[in-house]
Design a binder for this molecule. Structure first.
Ligand SMILES: [Ca+2]
Ligand SMILES: [Ca+2]
Length: 410
């Protein structure tokens, strides 16, 4: 008996952490096989015996990140044995679990993004991959611990990150990827609260008839004159406690425009990001850290307001327009930018065209045009109950001639 087993194949089976060896042999009766295997470069063979008619065997108890060579010999039980096959090699990759629970958290002190995950703590290399959302290629970094600090990245962007474990920094024997975590850079969280007179209810809360009736635009509605705000903020559905879209605008200490965003006004006056990234504020790009700015809140048919003083951003406590009339910047000594709605202060209803003046033009160009419209999301609906009626006119009429401060007019 001299036939050598043919067509030997070796594969690493990750599910069973085994090398599967198979071969072909022309005789099936009265035969068994000796399978020899060892890490490449070592001397001593380990052996495994197979009597399987399927001519294959699973080798287990392997070291990860190691190349093995394997040979097979046929043993004719009634006579002699064959020669060994030529050796064939197979690589056993990293057999530890895939990294899990990846998180990405900005460090308040350094601006670095702190990455943490769960995985084997020793003996492996972790390869971190990150990119700006939408970019086609990943950048990478390596570490041998289960955490990594990504140095502060340029720009004001959304990033995503993933990690895998490998035998070395070249990625040999890699595990699958972890979950993807996301983070943003260069953004400043601004916290501000405001109420709207038109839809104010009681106890510091606003009604939200328009949201309940699914009438509020799902995309920010300030892309028309006078705002001409071109942001692409949109949602698939508004939070159930949303009231409407507003614009949060930042001006510098000289009242020069810096940046703005469309955001969601909630019933208690909180203003939050449309994408839910921040639960109690909005993220804005282009602000210098720990620098004083004016905060402006704009609404479709209410008089826009600006903070009475500059606010150092980011601010940990909301700038609250609802607590006092003088929270809003004033024109000279006339303190009338906010209206007392019963212990709380609200943006004045009635600037139907949003230009910063409550004048007859609001009546002529908006209210009169939209009069008698029902069940729609329109600016003439001052009390935001979805209908344009005399009730809206009666809110507007007594305050004709009040203007917003010049810094927020269009
Ligand atoms: Ca107006
Ligand atoms: Ca109305």
């Amino acid at each position: 008996m001299t036939n050598v087993p043919q067509n030997i194949t070796t594969n690493y089976d990750a599910t069973n952490a085994a090398i599967t060896v198979s071969w072909v042999y022309p005789v099936s009766n009265n035969i068994d096989y000796t399978i020899q295997y060892r890490p490449v470069g070592t001397t001593n063979w380990q052996t495994s015996t197979s009597t399987s008619a399927s001519n294959s065997v699973n080798l287990t108890g392997l070291s990860s990140c190691t190349a093995y060579e394997v040979a097979v010999q046929a043993n004719c039980l009634s006579s002699n044995t064959s020669s060994n096959t030529a050796t064939t090699s197979v690589y056993v990759p990293l057999t530890t679990a895939t990294p899990t629970g990846l998180t990405a958290t900005p460090s308040a002190s350094t601006g670095d993004i702190e990455l943490n995950w769960s995985g084997t703590a020793t003996g492996v290399t972790y390869i971190v991959e990150y990119r700006e959302v939408g970019a086609s290629t990943w950048q990478s970094a390596t570490t041998t611990t289960t955490n990594y600090s990504l140095p502060e990245l340029e720009g004001c962007s959304e990033y995503e990150v993933q990690v895998f474990a490998a035998c070395d920094a070249n990625g040999t024997g890699a595990t699958p990827y972890s979950n993807i975590a996301s983070f943003s850079t260069g953004k400043t969280i601004v916290k501000v609260k405001a109420l709207l007179q038109g839809t104010y209810d009681v106890g510091g809360l606003m009604r939200n008839d328009l949201v309940q009736e699914n009438l509020v635009d799902l995309a920010q509605p300030y892309n028309t004159s006078p705002w001409n705000y071109t942001g692409t903020e949109s949602v698939t559905s508004l939070p159930t406690n949303a009231v409407d879209w507003v614009i949060v605008e930042i001006q510098d200490a000289s009242n020069q425009y810096v940046t703005s965003t469309a955001a969601i006004l909630l019933q208690d006056g909180s203003i939050v990001d449309y994408n839910g990234t921040v639960s109690d504020g909005v993220e804005l790009c282009g602000l210098a850290a720990n620098t004083p700015y004016y905060i402006v809140v704009r609404h479709r048919n209410h008089l826009d307001v600006m903070s009475a003083n500059t606010v150092t951003l980011p601010n940990s406590t909301s700038y609250d327009f609802t607590t006092a009339v003088n929270q809003a910047s004033t024109i000279g000594t006339t303190v009338n930018q906010l209206v007392d709605v019963g212990g709380f202060f609200a943006l004045r209803a009635g600037d139907l065209d949003g230009d910063g003046f409550i004048l007859v033009g609001d009546f002529n160009d908006v209210y009169q045009v939209e009069s008698s419209i029902v069940n729609q999301y329109v600016k003439g609906d001052v009390n935001m109950d979805s209908n344009v009626t005399v009730a809206d006119f009666n809110i507007y009429q007594p305050v004709v001639s009040i203007s917003a401060v010049s810094a927020v007019r269009y």
